[in-house]
Write a protein that binds this ligand. Structure first.
Ligand SMILES: CC(=O)[C@@H](O)[C@H](O)COP(=O)(O)O
Ligand SMILES: NCC(=O)COP(=O)(O)O
Length: 260
């Protein structure tokens, strides 16, 4: 497999890229041995509709995305030079094998345990720094951008910069669960301060987890410099009603509204 196009040469042109996480398509597929719904077809339809990236989180228990999916999606992405392939996972488990074989545009290091229900926290810095450092360096030597999944902690951004990671991914579940409640503004303030700290240090910013069509615009209006949102659970649920293409377009309208 050829390495995918270097991130710097990706040119989707959008202020904030939408990367569709197709985990939940695989989860449904895995409940039969029929190969439907197809994960690659889902990705293709999302890319055709204008999504700027595809994200997968191949968990060690293969409950949704399987090794074969990761490889098939990498092959598909060769046909979409403007789009990015983002593989998420814990680099102390199965993630680095994919990085070495496929060299995606981006990997997002997530500190999940092997049997974690879903991602629910970011890296603990400085405690995790010693084991992350050589893995970040290895990814970068392979030409793969590294993003670290982080809670909204402004003071941790200097440690991310010290590690040399190019980006953070803000873990947004706390914001998502507070959206529409009196705590929304307080939660958002923490994300805004973290993004400002990251930007001041030259870090790029991604965001994800439980973002949806209701909460996305408010998040992007408040948090500066978000370059990519990866959205799976809600987006795939919406696609069951609206279809992939209309759903992708609707999420992009949510993104555009934030900057309009
Ligand atoms: C890092 C992150 O927030 C996502 O990977 C999320 O955990 C989706 O994974 P699941 O679809 O397995 O919950
Ligand atoms: N990095 C977050 C992601 O890929 C999707 O998270 P979710 O939308 O499924 O919660």
């Amino acid at each position: 497999m050829n390495p995918l196009v270097a991130p710097e040469s990706s040119g989707h042109g959008a202020r904030c890229a939408l990367s569709v996480n197709v985990n939940k398509v695989a989860l449904l597929r895995n409940t039969r041995h029929l190969g439907i719904p197809s994960v690659t077809r889902a990705a293709e339809l999302c890319l055709e509709a204008g999504a700027q990236g595809i994200t997968v989180h191949p968990r060690p228990d293969a409950r949704h995305i399987r090794t074969q999916d990761v490889h098939e999606l990498a092959a598909l992405m060769q046909r979409w030079p403007q789009a990015e392939y983002n593989i998420e996972g814990n680099p102390t488990q199965n993630l680095m094998d994919f990085v070495r074989q496929l060299r995606p545009h981006q990997v997002t290091f997530v500190p999940d345990s092997e049997d974690q229900f879903t991602s629910d926290h970011g890296w603990n810095l400085p405690a995790d720094m010693a084991r992350l450092k050589p893995l970040i360096e290895e990814c970068q030597a392979l030409g793969v951008r590294v993003s670290l999944f982080m809670d909204p902690q402004p003071q941790a951004m200097a440690l991310v910069a010290e590690l040399g990671a190019e980006r953070i991914e803000l873990y947004t579940e706390t914001y998502a669960s507070a959206w529409g409640t009196p705590r929304q503004a307080e939660l958002l303030a923490g994300f805004t301060a973290t993004a400002q700290a990251a930007l001041a240090l030259g870090l790029g910013i991604n965001a994800g987890h439980d973002l949806n069509r209701d909460n996305l615009t408010d998040f992007l209006r408040a948090v500066p410099g978000v370059q990519e949102v990866s959205i799976g659970h809600a987006l795939i649920a919406d696609a069951l009603e609206l279809g992939y293409a209309e759903t992708v377009r609707d999420y992009q309208r949510c993104i555009q509204r934030a900057y309009g």
